[in-house]
Design a protein around this ligand. Sequence first.
Ligand code: DAH
Length: 340
Amino acid sequence: MSLIDNIPALLDEVKQLTASTAEDLENLRIKYLSKKGLIPQLMGEFREVAAEQKKELGIRINELKNAAQEQINALREQLSQGGESEEKPDLTRSAYPTPLGTRHPISIVRDEIIDIFARLGFCLADGPEIEDDWHVFGSMNFPDDHPARDMQDTFFIEAHPDVILRTHTSSVQSRVMEKQQPPIRVICPGRVYRNETISARAHCFFHQIEGLYVDEHVSFTDLKQVLLLFAQEMFGKDTKIRLRPSYFPFTEPSAEMDISCNICGGKGCSFCKQTGWVEILGCGMVDPAVLDANGIDSTKYTGYAFGLGVERITNLKYQVKDLRLFSENDKRFLEEFQSA
Ligand code: DAH
C-alpha cells in the first residue's frame, strides 16, 4: 500500500501526537518533516501520480503537512511552558500544611483550673459582666457606705449609677444562690473590670475564677483540703500552702492563701521577693449575712468560697513578666504556647 492511500490515517495520527520531552519532539519532527521524513517521501510519490489526480492530492498532502507542522509547533510551545505533565494536577501530592492557631495562655490555664475543680465535683456557673450594684456589692455584704467598696475601683455608667462592670466574680455567687438551694458546688470563671492605670502589673480587665460550696456542715477544713489539692494538682505534688488571716466583707473568717514559690521551690527568688511564698487567692467561710441576703437559711447551712486570679496563676506557670502581653495579641508571644 502506498503512502498516498494512508493520508487520512496519517492526518489523524499527526493531530494526536504528544511529546513529554524535547527529545521526543525532535524525533517526531525527524519522523514526519525532515528530508527523509514521511511527508517529503509523500511528495516524492506525488511526482509519480497521473496529472489528473495531482490537484486534489496536492491539496490533501498540503493539509497533512500543515497539520504536522502545527501540531509540532503546539507541542514545542507546551514544552517551553513547563510541559503538559506539569499542568495536570498531581493527585498524589500531599496537601499544603494549614497553619494552626494557638490557644491563648489565659484560656489554657483557665481550662486547667476548671478541669481540676470539675474532678472534685464542682459545676460551672456564670453571670453577666455588666452587673448591678446589688449583685456585685449589696448581696455580698458591702453596706452602701462601707469603706471596703474603695478596695475596688469600679467602672460606673454615668447615666445609670446602678449599672456597673463587675469588679469580681463574687457577683456570680449571688446569681447562683438566688436561683438554687443547697447543696451548691460551683466554680465561676469570668472576666472582671477595674478602673486601674494599665501597667506591667495592673490592667483594667483580667480574669478570675470564683468557687462556692454551700451545704450542711461545710467547714474550714473542707476548704483547706480542697485548696491544697488544687495547689498540688496545678503546681506539683511538693507544693505547700499557707493561709494568712485576711478580710473580705463576704467571708468570715477570711484568709489569703500562699503557695510555696514554684519558681525557686521555696528557697527565695526575685519573683517571691525572697520570701519563698506567693499569694494566689482569697478565701473564707461564707458570711451568714451573705447566705441570708441571697435567700439561704444560715441557721441550717454553712459554706466556703474562694476567688483566684487567672493571670496570677498563668504568671506563675509561665513566668510572664508583663500583664499587658495577655491582651496585645502579639503573635510572637502567643506562638510560644503552641505546644501547651
Ligand atoms: N472577690 C475577691 C477579689 O476580687 C476575691 C475573693 C476573696 C473571692 C475571698 C472569694 C473569697 O470568694 O472568699 O479580690
